[in-house]
Write a protein that binds this ligand. Sequence first.
Ligand code: NDP
Length: 343
Amino acid sequence: MPIGARMLSSPVVKTALITGITGQDGSYLAEILLGKGYAVHGVVRRVAIEDPEHRLWRIRHILPRIRLHAASLESFPSVFQVIQRVQPDELYHLAAQSFVGYSFEDEFSTLATNTNGTHFVLAAVKEASPGTRLYFAASSEMFGDAPAPQNEQTRFQPRSAYGISKLTGYHLARNYREAYGLWAASGILYNHESPRRGFEFVTRKVTSMAARIKLGIESEIRLGNLDARRDWGHAREYAMAMWSMLNHETPDDYVVATGETHSVRELLELAFDAAGLDPYRHLVVDADLVRPADIHTLQGDSSKARRVLGWSPTIAFDALIREMVASDLEYYEQAGARAGAHD
Ligand code: NDP
């Protein structure tokens, strides 16, 4: 059942379908595609339609310009019906249980959602819309502890059910490309963040806690492994890389990364500095937050994407984290003002 049915008045260039449109990447990608004149459709869980205030916050501002369809990655018929109905020129399969930490708590649902969900999307495209170009959201977590920097030739050594689920999706997409001629590309994306990042991820946890401590809402921040190093970019730029992949002549797989790494400790120091705080007056190192099998360093070599797609990141880590802290400060200040207004 489509909602948000008022469509563009300008001529439509192409039709795109995004699974995971309510997520961080889906929201930026939808904005980019609308800007290019696409008719944008999104797949959402029924609960999102029933609770739009809560679930659709990242795309509220574009709701009148997109169409949403209810489907679940757990149900092949629901995925099939949406794809058959929309017949997209481009399908961006972003929906997933996307939090590595949670995959240690619940391997079963992570594997089921991510592996079966991707298989359902591929099989549905093959049967119902074989001319569709498909993007699969693979992940740097597929590399696990492989020596850095990693590129498309690096051997995969995933260290979590999440990484394994993404690697299976990646192999499925490849297999559909090679066996059935499906136009399928995988983006092996490294961590990318923004003010729209989920609160469970370490960057958003740190930037939101810096804001909450600054405003006196909290007094401490608990973190696990401060020495883990990640290659962090800006989600808006990574969504642009997805579009570039689907608009290249041939389908292929690409690493998308900045090539720079920073530790969780650097992230903490930078975010707290941006809020005008000394992090070590508030930090509690909590061994319970260290993952059973952590990855020490993820650092991508994206020279192929730079060479073939002409893609390159421009937003520095410092600017990214300062943007997130500024946004979180504004959010909690306004939330405080709203709560005050209700007193
Ligand atoms: P988010 O967690 O912000 O968004 C995940 C999306 O998937 C949400 O729209 C969510 O819907 C949807 N979803 C989850 N489970 C289901 C389900 N069972 N049925 C239908 N929809 C579901 O992730 P990001 O936007 O950050 O990431 C996009 C993709 O890229 C994911 O596949 C992620 O694993 C991958 N990726 C992300 C990286 C990053 O750093 N951000 C790095 C590498 C890969 P709802 O709103 O209803 O929960």
